[in-house]
Design a protein around this ligand. Structure first.
Ligand code: NAP
Length: 460
């Protein structure tokens, strides 16, 4: 993988970056490891001050950073601004709440006193994807830095300027060299890092293949890993749903980030009683989008992240059609410069067919109609993935009952799967394991150390 900024609006290379040399990587790991000795002994107040400063700089530079995201991976500019703001909120949230999450937890014991202390573990590696270049880093880095760990980030090769910008922000905020380190290396070099004694654990957000590689290397070296992988979220519409509202949320759930979200609504499972109405209205909502420059505020459909992404998605649509799917809208790449593909709606994808088990990472919605609630749940669970999912119904108790039967890490009622600094995030099955964000995320890379106090005069 070449490390470069290639603007997907034009498919032209903007800037190439040299890979870090082995000497540079060695120096970075030595610095990070040395800084851990210092950082792990700082107070929560000092750590929170750094994170608050990082958040403040991100907010000051909101427009510039959003412009960078849009240039490197094509996100609509309003969404890039939203991502930058959310990232600043995450840094602030863990600065404000980290100490509370990490407080000693007393353990009731028959004699004496016992507690769990949360101690930092060292240098932790974060391998990050391009689809949310700031948010993904924030949700890994903020809790870890608050814990007293130091982080080394290997960001996706197509967003090097975002990667470098975040490291620079940490330095500008007063972070010592080694608290936050960015490495410019391709994914295939990641496994080697896991065998370095200075790296104590790793988290990867990305594809199943990359996750499996990282987990294998972590396992071989007896190190903990957290994996946040792909998803194919079901968006269930029950007979009592508010269809107009469901259509609006369906559009948002599928089209946010031009469909390139792990938690995007990808499989629309609609009960027969409302399937026709939902389908008609949803196809209309996906139609006639204004295609153009993602830097323009009025553009509704921008490019995908790269030319490769369009080629792959178009091939998936072609295979679905070959296998009997019907195209209700779109289906082809757009005949213009850049990595554009039409907003697409498919039906009649056969449950159980190979394509029904693949993740469609772009603006392609698949609508399935099913006879009732139980059939909707069964189809939702017929997926190798288990990330998120949603249920639309006017009856909240019914929604909770359905949510209980969906085998994923997150289920939202009357909203597509979503994220916030305080909500845990993660999946089951081939969507990975472990959690990011909330107290659950904070606890992934800590030593939960038992401290037990006994009376020396206790009987043996
Ligand atoms: P990707 O190709 O797996 O890349 C993700 C990261 O892994 C990049 O930094 C990449 O580096 C690195 N990588 C690639 N091959 C590797 C290997 N063999 N060993 C270790 N690291 C390796 O995924 P992507 O295309 O950027 O992201 C899309 C995928 O991420 C989708 O499946 C999406 O659903 C998933 N995702 C999941 C979540 C979640 O929280 N569950 C969130 C966002 C995205 P290079 O760029 O250098 O190849």
């Amino acid at each position: 993988m070449v490390i470069a900024t290639v603007n997907p609006f034009t498919n032209k290379t903007v800037k190439n970056f040299a890979e870090d040399t082995p000497e540079k990587i060695e120096k970075a790991l030595t610095t990070a490891n040395a800084e851990f000795t210092h950082w792990s002994h700082t107070s929560y107040e000092e750590r929170a001050n750094l994170l608050h400063k990082v958040a403040a700089i991100i907010r000051q530079r909101k427009d510039e950073l959003a412009h960078l995201i849009t240039t490197e991976m094509g996100k609509l500019i309003a969404e890039s601004i939203g991502e930058v703001e959310l990232s600043a909120d995450i840094f602030d949230y863990y600065a404000d709440n980290g100490e509370r999450f990490l407080a000693d937890k007393p353990v009731k014991t028959e004699r004496g006193e016992a507690m769990i202390r949360h101690s930092p573990i060292g240098v932790v590696l974060g391998v990050e994807p391009w689809n949310f270049p700031f948010y993904q880093v924030a949700r890994f880095a903020a809790p870890n830095i608050m814990i007293g760990n130091v982080v080394v980030i290997k960001h996706a090769s197509i967003v090097p300027q975002c990667a470098i910008a975040i490291e620079n922000i940490f330095r500008e905020a007063g972070g010592h060299a080694g608290v936050y380190t960015n490495l410019l290396i391709p994914g295939r070099h990641v496994s080697k890092l896991l065998s370095d004694h200075r790296i104590k654990a790793a988290s990867l957000t990305g594809s199943e293949e990359a996750g499996a590689n990282l987990a294998a290397a972590a396992g071989k070296n007896l190190k903990k890993s957290v994996l946040e992988l792909g998803g194919s979220d079901a968006f269930i519409v029950l007979d009592d749903a508010d269809i107009d509202k469901a259509v609006e949320w369906a559009y948002f759930g599928r089209m946010n980030n031009t469909g390139q979200c792990c938690i995007a609504s990808k499989r629309f499972i609609v009960v027969d009683a409302v399937a026709e109405e939902f389908t008609k209205k949803f196809v209309l909502r996906m139609s006639n989008l204004k295609v153009g420059d993602p830097q323009d505020l009025d553009t509704q459909l921008g490019p995908l992240s790269s030319e490769e992404a369009v080629v792959h998605l178009e091939d998936q649509v072609r295979r679905a059609v070959k296998d009997g799917a019907k195209v209700l809208l779109g289906g082809k790449r757009i005949d213009r410069e850049g990595a554009f593909i039409e907003a697409t709606v498919l039906t009649e994808v056969k449950p159980g067919s190979p394509i029904s088990y693949e993740e469609m990472f772009g603006p392609v919605a698949v609508i399935y109609s099913v006879k009732d609630e139980q059939a909707a749940i069964a189809l939702a669970n017929d997926s190798p993935f288990g990330l998120g999912g949603s249920v639309f119904t006017r009856d909240i108790e019914r929604g909770k009952r359905v949510a209980d039967q969906i085998n994923t890490g997150m289920v939202f009622i009357n909203h597509p799967t979503w994220t916030a600094p305080e909500l845990p995030f993660g999946g089951v099955k081939r969507s990975g394991y472990g959690r990011e964000l909330s107290s659950l995320g904070v606890e992934e890379f800590v030593n939960k150390k038992l401290i037990r106090v006994s009376d020396v005069n206790d009987p043996l």
